[in-house]
Design a protein around this ligand. Sequence first.
Ligand code: PLP
Length: 462
Amino acid sequence: MRYVSTRGRAEVLDFSQAMMTGLARDGGLYLPETIPTFSAEEIAAFEGLPYEEVALRVITPFVGDSFSQDELRGAIARAYAGFDHVARAPLVQLAPGHHLLELFHGPTIAFKDFAMQLIGQLFQLALAKSGDRITILGATSGDTGSAAIEAFKGLPNVDVFIMYPHGRVSEVQRRQMTTPAEENVHALAVAGTFDDCQARLKDLFNDHAFRDEVHLAGVNSINWARVLAQIVYYFTAAVSLGAPGREIDFTVPTGNFGDIFAGSIAKAMGLPVGRLVVATNQNDILHRALATGEYRVGTVEPSISPSMDIQVSSNFERALWLAYGRDGVAVSQLMDELKSGGFAISQGALQALRETFESGRVSEDETTAMIATIRAETGEVICPHTAVGVAIARGHIRPGVPMITLATAHPAKFPDAVEAAIGIRPELPPHMADLFGRPERTTQVENDADQLKSLILARRTA
Ligand SMILES: *Cc1c(COP(=O)(O)O)cnc(C)c1O
């Protein structure tokens, strides 16, 4: 399988290379040259299989010769062994026709573990073969960073530097990043927003001399392997509700457009996904883009669903590339225009996007109210991101078509927002119960690429 950049000017890579590289050298994002498909019979055969087996079948065609079947099977088994639910991604019913897909049974209790745990295993395999050592650099609105640290802490040949916006992540998120004692873990509190962190990440990756010197590798949702791992649960969830024999809709709490983009790939692979509903909080660039055709950057307003406090949504570039008929020149132009604030999506591309994606936004008050409503209606306690999804999904349910809303984090990851809504402070799962007793270690840095570079050079353990 060959991987090409959305901007059309970077080297074509195989799966392993695209995974290790993250951001393409022309500034674009890697995507498979062709999207493999499954027949209805092949999808029907997923029914009742363990999550790991479906993962193996879905991931295999994207991997090519990079890993053998045995290597891949072993990596998948180790990736999900630490999850605390045997189904890995269980479904819970909320109402007639509306289901919740619980994606928070991994070690850092947010859906990011699905991809990051697998990437950790695949990186280890690739590094063992090449003998390289690498520096992982990530930017996080909270959950990616903790998931990456959990997946890479203590590994030989790897340093992991995670930038998070100082003061803008929840205390549980921060502590998950600052309490691991392993020497190769470096949490960096950046004076800025998540978008600043993401912009500095791109600066460092686009400095090719620096990038080569420290063997920079990226694990943000721009990394294709992350998107790939997230395709799997669309299949397991849809098949357990009757696909491929019927259509299934999904609503996805969205920030960087990685998780929902994975759903659109599942659809392109042959899964009968009807609508994919983009659910945003008050930081609603994606909702505005789909509603008006204008992708315009605003200012980030901190919210009670901080993992979605994003204005520049990296993976949207992948959806644009597909909607523009894989035209790298057109995508490059749009990304240039974005530097001065935004761009208009062409009529044709907008129409193509609207064939798959719908969208909605909810306010902070509606989010809080929905946490209380779901508690009253079902007894379930949901996190604020999930509540954004549930609130929007309720307005998009079609008769006869099951709706699945992705529950992206455990409520205990955002206890203040949940307590404000229902007066109950959700408890952390047992493996994290001592989180507030562990010592923290973090470094405050300016929102400045040069300072970040010197710090990484000085701190690397090799
Ligand atoms: C990362 C995250 C999101 C947004 O996911 P994207 O792939 O960036 O769209 C939503 N909810 C939670 C809890 C997250 O951690």
